[in-house]
Design a binder for this molecule. Sequence first.
Ligand code: 6PG
Length: 479
Amino acid sequence: MTELSRIGVTGLAVMGANLARNIARHGVPVAVHNRTAARTKEFMEAYADEGTFTASESVEDFVASLERPRRIIVMVKAGAPVDGVIEELAPLLDEGDIIIDAGNSHFPDTNRRTKDLAARGLRFMGVGVSGGEEGALNGPSIMPGGDPAAYAEVEEILTSIAAVVDGTPCCVHVGPDGAGHYVKMVHNGIEYADIQLIAEAYDLLTHVASLDAPAIGKIFEEWNTGDLESFLIEITGIVLGKTDERTGRPLVDVIVDQAEQKGTGRWTAIDALDLGVPLTGITEAVFARTLSALRDERKAASTTLAGPNPSNEANRPDLVDDIRQALYASKVVAYAQGFAQMRAASEANGWNLDLGAMATIWRGGCIIRAQFLNRITEAYAEHGNIENLLMVPYFTEAVANAQDAWRRVVVTATEQGVAIPAFASSLSYYDAYRRERGPANLIQGLRDFFGAHTYRRIDAEGAFHTRWSQDGTEVRTDG
Ligand code: 6PG
């Protein structure tokens, strides 16, 4: 009889296939399965010699090929397909077996599945995996959520296949239930903000600094040697430097300017609204993609709506470096907001998230991996439970140093008619956050006028209402 496999992977599209290969390359026997058997066959033809694989055509054989407790990674499209696979697997499993959903599932689904499967004696883990195809194969960042005892059964395998930075694997148990998928969701939200900020910088460098794509690519290459050093800045340099084989033009110039999205950024924004956390950077990034999708409307508006056309007249010698600083400061804001959101979610759900550890496991393997995350890890190590990363001296100073350039960039872009939703909203957030007294007093006055919603006073306890339309007197409404 063939040796039982220590873990199984079902769903052999490229992410699942690469995870299975990564695990097998670390000496762990892996059972593989796919809904359509042809793909399993292709997998075996291509990769059988990379490790010990047991391939099964049926789910029954797949389950039978696993040692107990069975550990099964499900790598299928988020949503109904995950439930479909679970329903096929669950009746074949025994108490204590572990189903691991390693896709980009929405965390409320993970909470639901954890509960449902627990009632059936099965353990369910929602595990965030970041790093795309390459990461899945060579070392992703892994954000496992679920029962700690279940995690203990897979910890060795997961930490062995994760990316490693300074000797530390980019994999740590995040928390119970949907906590792993939650953290992955926020990771993706931050990914959206990072990408949007890069796109805004590219827009300004193109239309105000009048640089072509390869020249901008070189600038990103240079930026990647400083504070901005990160995977996304690095690949921006590569993408901008690529020549289209068909036309000889920069490839980026022939790509349609409509961004797509699979939903994780939108979920992050919706969750921030639910939690009441100001998450302007990520949310603007989601809206910017949505607006980019209105291509026909934009085409019509481009010849109808008045406004300046960006021109090189606003170019100046320090513009490129100003943009770099605006990018950095806005990025700090996006991360500060994302971490504030995770803090709020942790409290709301009783997850006890170790936010410093989240920054640590994002240092390698994942899409937002960056030098900068070391600073966040250090900030949590030094200051503990931080309300807002902007208040940590390192980031306070970094933004203070960048703010003049940041303001100049927002002014230039606005004057030139270049849309910079993420740069501008991050700056507005910064300015609003550092104001002891904002204008919400007037909002309260208005709410009280039209709806008797009451207000509080700066000089007295209690809730008050003014009889605006009657005798104009103020009454206390809370006793
Ligand atoms: C990752 C990525 C990955 C995927 C995004 C893309 O961490 O490896 O975030 O999960 O590339 O889901 O998201 P959009 O299609 O929504 O841009």
